[in-house]
Design a binder for this molecule. Structure first.
Ligand code: CO8
Length: 258
């Protein structure tokens, strides 16, 4: 399918989605958000895709929601359209793993979309921020909520109240990103990680994603019970038999998603 604001490429079971509004530093307007959600849903439904990588340009992953599009909206407009709720819900409903590969600015909604992905690999050039306070608003899609769970109250307050940007190095130290790599190697590293995930059983990848995400929703005892029940359920799969047999026979497992 042809898109206006994103590029989509599938290689070796990995779907690479590149945000592509260079004239606006990939600001997230309604067309881009609609296309992004549609592309993610297509990838989620496709037999050819086992993992997704979401990236932007060297200069910007995304510099936030499109300010030009929002500036004149009224309270009734944003309330009635429930602005950004649909985007959050659609991205969070994707079952396959999504890696955000971030170079340059990931600000406001850009940082929030990156945080909706399952983990973030950052180029040394990445800058994360929730500068909405400079526009007279608060973050609207997780900047006060997900960011706080990632980096803790003090740093989240600092970011949201001052609007300052975090470097990739600080973001890694704070637990916002999983690894920092040289800018030139960003896509190679992210595709390599995605490739590793694509080689596993999809049943297990989806179970891992659901289990880790429960850690953000449930008290520990309930989360532990959820995890244990999922672990038990994996014994009903052929891939568990294959994975354990392959280990014992000292060979590579051949998973079949069964
Ligand atoms: N919206 C619209 N256009 C933008 C945005 C944006 N968020 N960011 C940059 N642009 C445009 C600029 O207007 C400019 O266009 P033009 O040349 O036509 O004037 C072009 O991109 C290049 O930008 P700059 O000239 O400003 O580039 P600089 O290198 O000087 O500065 C910065 C880069 C620091 C990133 C700067 O552009 C900036 O501060 N951008 C705004 C960052 C921001 O405030 N982001 C938060 C937006 S609000 C938000 O995200 C609310 C989230 C709610 C949920 C969202 C869910 C998706």
């Amino acid at each position: 399918m042809a898109y206006e604001t994103i590029n989509v490429d599938i290689q070796d079971h990995v779907c690479l989605i590149k945000l592509n509004r260079p004239e606006a530093l990939n600001a997230l307007n309604s067309v881009l958000l609609g296309e992004l959600c549609a592309a993610l849903e297509d990838a989620d439904a496709s037999d050819k895709v086992r993992c997704i990588v979401l990236t932007g340009s060297e200069k910007a992953f995304a510099a936030g929601a499109d300010i030009k599009e929002m500036a004149d909206m009224s309270y009734v407009d944003v309330f009635t359209s429930n602005l950004f709720a649909d985007t959050n819900n659609r991205i969070c409903a994707i079952r396959k793993p999504i890696i955000a590969a971030v170079a340059g600015y990931a600000l406001g909604g850009g940082c929030e979309v990156a945080m909706m992905c399952d983990f973030i690999i950052a180029a040394e050039t990445a800058k994360f921020g929730q500068p909405e306070i400079n526009l007279g608003v608060v973050a609207g899609m997780g900047g006060t909520q997900r960011l706080t769970r990632f980096v803790g109250k003090s740093k989240s307050m600092d970011m949201n109240l001052t609007g300052r940007f975090m470097t990739a190095e600080e973001a890694e130290r704070a637990g916002l990103v999983s690894r920092v790599v040289p800018a030139k190697k960003l896509i190679e590293e992210a595709m390599g990680a995605a490739q590793k995930i694509a080689e596993k059983s999809m049943l297990t990848s989806v179970a891992v994603k659901e289990s880790v995400n429960r850690a953000y929703e449930l008290p520990l005892s309930e989360g532990m019970l959820f995890e244990r029940r999922v672990f038990h359920a994996m014994f009903a799969t052929e891939d568990q038999k294959e994975g354990m047999a392959a280990f014992l026979e000292k060979r590579e497992a051949q998973f079949r998603d069964k």
